[in-house]
Write a protein that binds this ligand. Sequence first.
Ligand SMILES: NC(=O)c1ccc[n+]([C@@H]2O[C@H](COP(=O)([O-])OP(=O)(O)OC[C@H]3O[C@@H](n4cnc5c(N)ncnc54)[C@H](O)[C@@H]3O)[C@@H](O)[C@H]2O)c1
Length: 357
Amino acid sequence: MRELTVALPGRDAGYRIRLAPGLRHHLGAELAALGLPRRLFVVSDHTVARLYGPQVLAALAAGGFEAHLLAVPPGERSKSWGRVTALTRELLARGADRTTALVALGGGVVGDLTGFLASLFMRGVPLIQVPTTLLAMVDAAIGGKTAINLPEAKNLLGTFHQPRLVAIDPEFLATLSARERRNGLAEILKAGFIRDAGLLSFLTRVRSSLFSDPETLSQVIFRAAAIKADIVSADEREADLRRLLNFGHTLGHALEAASRYRLPHGEAVAHGMMAALELSRRLTGLPETARDEGRRLIWDFGLTRRLPRLAREEVLAALFRDKKRQAGELWFVLLREIGVAVVHPVPRDLLEEVLPG
Ligand SMILES: NC(=O)c1ccc[n+]([C@@H]2O[C@H](COP(=O)([O-])OP(=O)(O)OC[C@H]3O[C@@H](n4cnc5c(N)ncnc54)[C@H](O)[C@@H]3O)[C@@H](O)[C@H]2O)c1
């Protein structure tokens, strides 16, 4: 078992992130140790519920819990007010009250939706995150941010609601698609670029066996999760340090938007990181060799092989709409060296030079 604690500034207790292959079979014991109420509602999506719902319910029953499963359709569209209302009604119909706890079993969509619901239901009930995608394990399940989407924009309505536990079982990833793996890998590389050069050297060495060797996979997930945990414990609410998590994302979001979301998130972020590495060489002193090694790693993981033809004007328009824009200037997370990130202004003409495509 690997374990770390996420400290919450100004509060006595933090929460733990626990990681072990097969942990899903021991969720009952894990949750019993937290002293949670006996009635639990597990929220998942149809895909994950079909694959893992029975195992998780059995594990919870073995820990003495009365657990019910609620499932929503997979995909971003489930992060909606409509789903929040429908789930609330379903919870009430099944007898949930303020002594209930919610377990999010799924990727970032389920995590964000369930977290949002847990923060509002009966003015807040305990939440347990059981991430099943690589992206959720190293990123979305950690930090307490929750959100739903509105037609106007993604993640427009959100709350902070810290989980009581993040239980990571890398065995969930056996059934994850290559596309979803790439989404998570992009976030893992990002974590290395901003905070942990050693993680990137390790990834270079283990690339070909990453998903076939459970110990290697556990180690990589744990190191990346620890970086996210470290950043959010120092900075629970959005502020300077947390902004470093946007490495590759400012341009990545613009590419996603300009592609009408046909470009997967991980690949968009990977292209964003490629550009950020070049900007770092020009603006913040990143050595050329470090830029090249970084770009090769992103390429070797197969994250930037395809880029649909995008209109440059649309990418630029999306960039300057990005909510991270400050006073008409674009600020990017750039690197002084691998593992050392800073927030730095980028002139528009330079940006146009490094746009991919
Ligand atoms: N709260 C945060 O801090 C934070 C951070 C990053 C991203 N997010 C949010 O996370 C969401 C993206 O999350 P995601 O990438 O995990 O996507 P997702 O939750 O949509 O999951 C991707 C797909 O994988 C399937 N899936 C999940 N686990 C599986 C498994 N073990 N085996 C087979 N299939 C599985 C799902 O059914 C879904 O179709 C976005 O909405 C984003 O806004 C939140």
